[in-house]
Design a protein around this ligand. Sequence first.
Ligand code: S3P
Length: 735
Amino acid sequence: MNPQVDRLLVIGLGLIGGSFALGLKQRGCCRTVIGYNRNQDTLDKGLRLGIIDEAATDLEAAVRSADVIMLAVPVKVMESVMAQISPWLRSDTILTDAGSAKGNVVRAAEQVFGEIPPLFVPGHPIAGSEKSGVTAAKSDLYERHKVILTPLAQTDRNALKLIHSLWEALGAEVHHMDVPRHDEVLAATSHLPHLLAFSLVNTLANDRENRDIFRYAAGGFRDFTRIAASDPIMWHDIFLANRDATLKVLDEFTDGLAELRDAVARSDGEAMLGVFTRAKSARDHFTKILSGTAYSLPMNDNVIFKVQPGGKVQGQIRVAGDKSMSHRSIMLGALAEGVTDVEGFLEGEDALATLQAFRDMGVVIEGPTQGRVRIHGVGMQGLKQPPGPLYLGNSGTAMRLFAGLLAGQDFDTELTGDESLSKRPMERVAEPLRQMGAWIVTGPEGCPPIKIVGGQSLKGIDYQMPMASAQVKSCVLLAGLYSDGETSTTEPAPTRDHTERMLTGFGYPVECDGATARVQGGGKMTAAKIDVPADISSAAFFMVAASIAPGSDLLLEHVGINPTRIGVINILRQMGADLTLSNERDVGGEPVADIRIRYAPLKGIQIPEDQVPLAIDEFPVLFIAAACAEGTTILTGAEELRVKESDRIQAMVDGLSALGVQVEGTPDGAIIQGGGLQGGRVNSLGDHRIAMAFAVAGLRAEGEIVIDDCANVATSFPNFVELAKQVGLNLRIGG
Ligand code: S3P
């Protein structure tokens, strides 16, 4: 890289300043790196270790010659150092700093210069360690660490750009923030934990028995207190510099600690579990953030699937738990009286979002651990107002069912979701809920966010559903639990009936009479045991995989075969697939079977419209089956596909066309000419089922298929790639 800076002066050659100097020097970003330190010995070491090119003995000359000056001194002396150098600063020299608190550094600059100079760019690298001093300096200290710059209104854009690019050259991830926000965030995430670590170790060290305590202290003590070995002087400076923000968060923490103390004193195990499970889930989420796999973060990284052509699938697997039932198990378990144990729970991001939302409403939920979840039900009236909007990620089911449940609560709520969910229609649930007396406001064009004003009294309605949607049906029935009198829904075609079945399992009577389901408001639920079968919608990818790849023979275990979900089996059989069901049984009110699929040549068909709602989530992969079949497949009556996680008709038409298939989209379906696929690149548009469908297509493609934007596979089938590879797909993740 060409040097961006002619002469860089780093004042203060500790860990932070030394690493900045060394990193830029090694990367060739500066023609000359000059170091200045009050302590001559430090400067000598800096020279000897190759951290700097020149050691400044005359600070005035060094400042006058510098194009960029980095102040890497303790925050406490920032003002005096600025005062010392100010008479010698050239008008074109860019000044920046690395102080851990920004409010006081900016105030110091104001004090010294009269006003904050436009060429001053305040900054803070979040990359310290408990080690300090020039000898600890490392050229890669900032790699993959965050650096926060806190420019002011008057900050010169070019100066900001230059400092930004220097940090980026060091491998840092650079963010911009305003000064008060920076100080608040750092008080919470860094200053408070240091204060607690210092305090805990000090308390224990004062104990007369401290020798024993330290002797036996193991992992917990070590992990919690590592940062108590940090530089005391530096931290004393930081608390003086960021007093107000630290006190604010310390007070919040003290209140939380007092509550926990109270719970321990009262032996209130449930209160403790509540705090611990919420904390654990937040910490687990943070671990995912650290490893870059957190789903609710904006996904900058494009997760790519690459599938090599050919192969066959063989073996015996159990796919992920049913998504629809996993959502409902949490919702109903939370509102039941007693403790509900769930097995086979889908640990995918959608169901986890529902779980987290109930935690946010005060429900104690243990797990999930290997599909096991324990829900401490709070009863129909036991939910508490969440502290903020409930974030439901990618999940339309969660948002629509929550709308029904929350319309009857006496507190206000707001429901939000990710980019895809924020484009999905919500008036389909808001409208019947309003008829019931709910106060509910949707966002622009009837999409999320949904705002629900609590405290309304709902009355039962008789709802003739305009579309076949289990989400709409479930939403109205769940609101019906909180309504006066009877609520009924009548659907134009059968849709999944998990809500009706599970309500019954929890002892809440539901009367089902053909297309109509009825509930009486004001009842209650009793905890139940739930065994969630494998999701037929996830199994469908493997059914199609085995059907299209010659030589395949695959057994899918414990798959839910609820009659409202088996459209995919019926359609594939009509296309000529060799599918056999065995070991059929009833598990907690839901039928389950093992499904064996062997390769058989498929033929194109006109898909019967009555099967469409029964296979609504399986069409992406059925399109792949159609592309591999002989002859034409025609789908009609499936306009609902246009408002799923993506416009699934368009996404499949675009993807198949890119793979050389002759396919034409229609308003309510598609016409697909079978015969096979070429390799190519397709975009899943962030839709999990589109991504997995094209992965399966690789088995019959003539070349490699590359699929963009696959991160959301984690919403419904987190171990898809692992299982796909296990049975024989030649799939790997890039990105
Ligand atoms: C679901 C219902 C279906 C389905 C979705 C899950 C449910 O949506 O597509 O994945 O759990 O109720 P619609 O009811 O809107 O068709």
